[in-house]
Design a protein around this ligand. Structure first.
Ligand SMILES: [Zn+2]
Length: 394
């Protein structure tokens, strides 16, 4: 099915305000070649071209998950699972998780930390068509301090030379970006606390400079308020988590937030599908503090992008819509959230050929039952997924 004309009740071309009623999209050899009304394209496109008619449905850009760990199993002990797995078993499991993401309508995935650069091998298998899966943008082994957060993935560094060597290795292995664990994290209880910095401001600057020598952007895991400020000063491209933690609770710095906006740094808040349980466990006071900061950042103009942290305990692969509902619960509009999941995430990842439907873009799109502009469940009723024009029918 090289060439196909898809028609549906509406096409959300992206951004979400661009909607064509009774719309159509023409795909040819993995690329979108026309977007318009069904009436126009049905007449102008050769009758010999296959038609995929989808009454009651919406066609929209494929979803983007900017933060996953294909090497983790979403079980209670991802560290044990990833360190004890034989490489070929782990690679097979990662392939299955990539398929789960595709089935959920996710056509682009940024993996922010794996072992042995297994995501690079998977990326090649998907690109060649040997394996089914989303387009992968991969970080390989995240840079972390000795004994620091996720050090078991192989990216521990101490000296400036270690930093240079690690980045050179990741680049040579085929990484699309560099990930740094700028603060501690919950997954690694033996390492620094979540609010403690793992690198000095100078080291973070060195990491951004070195990555830039290979043309690679930097994504920074940063929970701590200090770490966030240092990452912004260093010039990272995206901030992961960005939860403004200190030893004394949440401390949001509005000045730093203004610089995040000015420098077009995207914030990936990393929300799993079971966020209700997470908020419950935090307790009302801390949960309110957390959600209030997100609202304040939104008002300041921060560009949020979509990420589930799939693979860490409780964050299941393909449970994408739950994350969107979290932002809905904070008062973000449907259009704003759809853009977060598509155009804004593509922009933050530096991808100019996905996240919207227009001639010349990659044919990364989904067909869903109903209208996701008014009902999130529509995104749980996926009929078709196209990744670079390759179809998956559910
Ligand atoms: Zn993560």
């Amino acid at each position: 099915m090289d060439k196909v004309l898809i028609t549906a009740d509406r096409v959300i071309a992206g951004p979400a305000v661009r909607v064509i009623g009774d719309g159509a999209v023409l795909l040819d050899s993995g690329v979108i070649t026309a977007v318009g009304t069904a009436a126009e394209l049905d007449t102008s496109v050769d009758p010999g071209v296959a038609r995929l008619r989808c009454p009651g449905a919406t066609v929209m850009p494929g979803l983007i998950d900017c933060h996953v760990h294909l090497a983790f199993d979403a079980g209670p002990d991802p560290i044990g699972a990833v360190t004890h797995a034989a490489p070929d078993e782990l690679a097979a499991a990662m392939g299955r998780r990539a398929e789960q993401l595709t089935a959920a309508g996710v056509t682009t995935v940024r993996d922010l930390g794996d072992r042995d650069a297994l995501t690079v091998t998977l990326r090649a298998a998907i690109e060649s068509g040997a394996t089914r899966g989303p387009r992968l943008v991969v970080a390989t082994a995240p840079l972390t301090s000795r004994g620091g957060h996720c050090g078991f993935l192989g990216g521990e560094v101490t000296t400036d030379d270690d930093i240079r060597v690690r980045i050179a290795r990741n680049a040579a292995a085929g990484a699309d970006l560099i990930k740094v664990m700028a603060s501690g994290g919950a997954l690694t209880p033996s390492g620094p606390r979540m609010w403690e910095s793992q690198f000095t401001p100078d080291q973070l600057r060195l990491i951004v400079e070195e990555a830039d020598r290979y043309g690679l952007p930097v994504a920074a895991h940063a929970h701590g308020t200090d770490a966030i400020a240092h990452c912004v000063a260093a010039g990272v491209r995206t901030l992961e988590h960005c939860s403004w933690r200190t030893a004394d609770g949440t401390v949001h710095d509005l000045e730093v937030t203004r610089r995040i906006v000015e420098n077009d740094i995207a914030v990936c808040r990393c929300v799993s599908g079971d966020w209700r349980l997470f908020l419950e466990q935090l307790g009302p006071q801390r949960a309110d503090a957390m959600t209030e900061v997100i609202r304040t950042m939104r008002e300041a103009g921060v560009r949020f992008i979509a990420g589930t942290d799939a693979g860490v305990p409780g964050a299941r692969f393909g449970d994408y819509v739950g994350m969107l509902e979290f932002f809905g619960s904070l008062g973000f509009s449907h259009a704003e959230i759809l853009d977060m999941a598509t155009v804004n995430s593509a922009h933050a990842l530096g991808l100019t050929d996905t996240g919207a439907l227009a001639p010349g873009m990659r044919a990364d799109l989904i067909v869903v039952d109903g209208d996701p502009r008014t009902e999130w469940d529509a995104l749980r009723r996926i009929r078709h997924v196209f990744t670079a024009g390759r179809p998956l029918t559910l």
